[in-house]
Design a protein around this ligand. Structure first.
Ligand SMILES: [Zn+2]
Length: 850
């Protein structure tokens, strides 16, 4: 049980722990329902006022005994930990506790998944393993002995010794407890090795359940590429003799960067061409890189407290994005990231859950592993790099690693290295960390006697988190095009610091067309009334690939809004522009595939609400369907040829070139399916020899209201493969028509394979429902009711996943009074559940906003 009145924790209240921890020894006697954990920890007082008494975190522990310097003590126990009188000099604390891994369904601390012991300690799971100062600024070396009857028993660091029924590990690098990990199970390894830049050999192992050995090669390749890249680009070398990765089926997040022992959701590491799509392969490459890069940005230099989470996550997301751009295509990666930012972070930043990149208070830290902390946090690093330049960025990072290695740091420490290297004052820039909300950038232009002036006005809507937002530093990458389409001014970074600021350009022979915010140089909403003609011009001529894509998106948004709100016909300029893109074989196929995709329906709803309309999800869906149909007809003579050019004869590779072709072929197939009734998709399904082709064909068929036989065949073929069956659940809900989505999801929750306690399976159905915008927001409220039913059921079992999925309700104020009432009723129903978790209580209260 959680406490009845959740406490709010504030950044301003930070105080250091009164003791240093010199070393930690842990012994685990593993047993599913009754694991014993013995700890022996050396503490030394730091000389503060209250160092005669200490507090150690501990939750859901049964204390068997405790001793200080060998003498038994009787600490005072509460639901949150223990307090105990301690000596005024260094001492050794010993404790023995009993825990219940088999009964741990929340998947925090030590738990079991398919007979395997596994841990997840970030953010505050270690306190469910033993009594400890479970805070990131307490760092220590760990020595761990595991006693048990399982063939593979792993912990952090380097192996010391092992024998029949036991194994011992030592991690020489001081680390906070959230990076502790233990794994024990019947596992097999896919092994390899890596020689570091200084010539050290590192053993690499990817541990999986027997039967999954054939799905490890890609993950291992990605790991080696990541290790090399971090040496070459950031000068970071790996620092242990072994690097272990373990795949686990039951996991709340994607993966976890525990020192030397990364633990991965199996969906984020296992892949074979037959069972994983190109998108899965790319995601795996990125997540392996992300967790590996944490070894320096997160582990060697960690966070002082959880308010600084963006220090490790923003930087590491930025680094993994650089890596993916280097491995694949920079514009494609940038566009994909902005699509994701707009879909997930903008709604958060502009709704009741808005919080700064560095929040100033929380009740449950698990609720702050958000798109704002991660993705906006990465955007802030990108802006910083743009403002100081690549050379100064590299110099600042070298200084950061040199100055702070082995420390637990803050955003102030991070910004100071940039100030020291460049001499700049980053005081105003720091508002990106402290202010919530997405800035709007309004643009006015003026052309007089050869002088061109752009005047920008920035405003950030006030929120509960930031009631009086101040002007921010906005790097605006700008280029100018002449009337014939030539670039008359190459990209320059304008630095906006005022609320309203003008930039003047002279020496132009004709009024230029501006290309503003190239590469999406700042995470803002550009508010510019440009004409259809200008958008079509930029779509045809802009030399910046991001802004060329953006111009196509602007055309799409304009026509879709006119269609949904005013019953307008599809815009010919959009259709012609897209046809030209489709036919342009000089463009990267992956880029063309992104061009052909429509803006997200939730994003369109947000835009309409912002413009003072009440969005109708069904009307937005209809507009998207009508526009796709019109594009299919407009391009019908071209589609078969493009389809042919995407044919691949070589063996399957999930690299940028092949996956780009398959992405374009998939986009084209979805248009062809609107013309041929699904004949080509059915034929592709029948002959597909990889999962990408199978999924794209099945998606098209389901979208067309067909594919019953293929859906059944897919299940029969893959029912033994849990990750593929997740796709089977997800596709049926995602592709369902608005009127049937909730009913489809409900039927699937009654399926024998709907193991709702597994977070991947839960998200495959309920997460897909919230991703089907018109289906989730169906007028009868069936989508809302179904999600609420399941959140209520999941909360006592897994609060973290429940709380995260509550965010689907965060946009409720956008919609009409009837939908608002239906959502409010579900929020009230969830809030009224007796014993609701701290995680879910906080989320629901914030979303209700009262
Ligand atoms: Zn991370």
């Amino acid at each position: 049980m959680k406490d009845a009145a959740p406490k709010t924790i504030y950044l301003k209240d930070y105080t250091p722990f009164g003791f240093t921890v010199e070393e930690v020894h842990l012994t685990f006697d593993l047993a599913p329902g009754a694991t014993r954990v013995k700890s022996r920890i050396r503490f030394a007082p730091r000389g503060g006022a209250d160092d005669r008494r200490f507090f150690l975190h501990g939750e859901d522990l049964t204390l068997i005994r405790a001793a200080i310097d060998g003498k038994e003590v009787q600490p005072t126990l509460t639901a949150e930990g223990l307090t105990c009188d301690v000596p005024d000099a260094a001492f050794t604390w010993e404790a023995e506790v009993e825990i219940d891994p088999a009964g741990n369904t929340a998947l925090e601390g030590l738990y079991m998944s398919n007979g395997m012991y596994c841990t997840q300690c970030e953010a505050e799971g270690f306190r469910k393993i033993t009594y400890y100062p479970d805070r990131p600024d307490v760092m220590s070396t760990f020595t761990v002995r595991i006693n048990g009857d399982l063939p593979v028993m792993l912990s952090n660091g380097n192996p010391v010794q092992q024998g029949e029924g036991w194994a011992e590990w030592h991690d020489p690098w001081p680390k906070p407890a959230y990076l502790f990990a233990l794994v024990a199970g019947d596992l097999v390894a896919h092994s390899d090795s890596f020689t570091t830049c200084s010539g050290k050999e590192v053993d690499l192992n990817l541990w999986v359940r027997p039967g999954d050995e054939g799905k490890c090669a890609w993950g291992m390749e990605a790991l080696k590429k990541s290790m090399r890249w971090d040496e070459e680009v950031y000068g970071r070398e790996y620092d242990l003799e072994v690097f272990n990765i373990v795949a686990v089926d039951d996991f709340n997040m994607g993966a976890m960067e525990n020192k030397g022992l990364n633990i991965f959701n199996s969906s984020a590491v296992l892949a074979s061409p037959e069972t994983a799509t190109d998108a899965n392969f790319e995601r795996i490459e990125a997540i392996i890189a992300h967790e590996y890069f944490h070894n320096w940005t997160g582990n060697r230099i960690t966070c002082r407290d959880w308010f600084q989470l963006c220090l490790k996550e923003g930087l590491t997301v930025f680094r993994d994005a650089q890596f993916t751009a280097d491995m694949r295509s920079e514009p494609v990666k940038r566009i994909s990231d902005v699509i994701d930012l707009r879909a997930r972070q903008f709604p958060e930043d502009n709704g009741p859950l808005a919080h700064p990149v560095r929040p100033e208070s929380f009740q449950e830290i698990n609720n702050f592993y958000t798109a704002t902390v991660y993705e906006k946090g990465a955007e802030v690093i990108g802006m910083l790099k743009r403002l100081v330049g690549d050379a100064a960025y590299a110099e600042a990072l070298d200084l950061y690693f040199a100055r702070h290695d082995g420390e637990a740091c803050t955003i102030e420490d991070w910004l100071r290295v940039f100030e020291d290297v460049t001499g700049r004052d980053l005081g105003q820039f720091k508002r990106w960390y402290s202010q919530a909300g997405t800035p709007r950038l309004k643009v006015e232009e003026d052309w007089q006697d050869g002088t061109y002036t752009l005047t920008f006005t920035q405003t950030t809507p006030p929120s509960a988190a930031s009631p009086e937002p101040q002007p921010q530093v906005i790097p605006i990458n700008l280029g100018l095009l002449g009337p014939n389409g030539d670039e008359v001014k190459e990209t320059e970074t304008l630095e906006m610091t005022e609320a309203r600021q003008a930039f003047t350009f002279t020496g132009l022979s004709a009024k230029p067309v501006p290309s503003i915010l190239r590469g999406f140089s700042a995470p803002v909403i550009l508010d510019r009334d440009s004409s259809t003609a200008e958008r079509a011009f930029l779509l045809a001529h802009d030399t910046d690939p991001f802004n060329r894509w953006e111009a196509g998106g602007a055309l799409a948004r304009a026509t879709l809004n006119a269609m949904a709100l005013e019953d307008a016909a599809p815009d010919a300029a959009y259709l012609d522009g897209m046809l030209a893109v489709l036919r342009d074989d000089t463009l990267d196929p992956a880029y063309r595939a992104l061009m052909l995709a429509l803006p997200g329906q939730s994003e369109l709803a947000a835009m309409q609400a912002e413009a003072g309309h009440t969005p109708d999800p069904r009307a937005i869906w209809t507009a998207c369907e009508t526009l796709r149909q019109a594009l299919a007809q407009h391009a019908q003579d071209t589609l078969p040829r493009i389809w042919e050019t995407c044919r691949i004869d070589a063996p399957y590779r999930p690299d940028a070139e092949q996956s780009g072709k398959r992405a374009l072929a998939g986009a084209v197939l979805s248009l062809i399916t609107r013309l041929d009734g699904g004949a080509l998709a059915a034929s592709q399904y029948g002959s597909a020899d990889n999962m990408t082709l199978q999924v794209s064909a099945l998606s098209c068929l389901l979208k067309a209201g067909k594919g019953q036989a293929e859906t059944a065949a897919f299940y029969a073929q893959w029912q033994q493969d849990r990750l593929v069956i997740d796709k089977w659940f997800m596709l049926q809900v995602l592709q369902a028509a608005p009127e049937t989505a909730a009913a489809t999801a409900k039927t699937l929750t009654e399926h024998a394979d709907f193991n709702w306690k597994n977070p991947n399976r839960f998200r495959a159905v309920l997460g897909a429902l919230t991703g089907n915008h018109a289906g989730f927001h169906a007028a009868d409220g069936a989508g809302y009711a179904l999600l609420a039913d399941w959140l209520i059921r999941l909360d006592p079992v897994n609060p973290q996943t429940t709380a995260r999925m509550c965010a689907a309700f965060q946009t409720w104020r956008r919609y009409d009074a009837r939908r608002q009432g239906l959502i409010r009723a579900q929020l009230d129903r969830i809030a009224a559940q007796p014993g609701l978790s701290r995680d879910t209580t906080e989320m629901i209260t914030r979303i209700q906003g009262n």
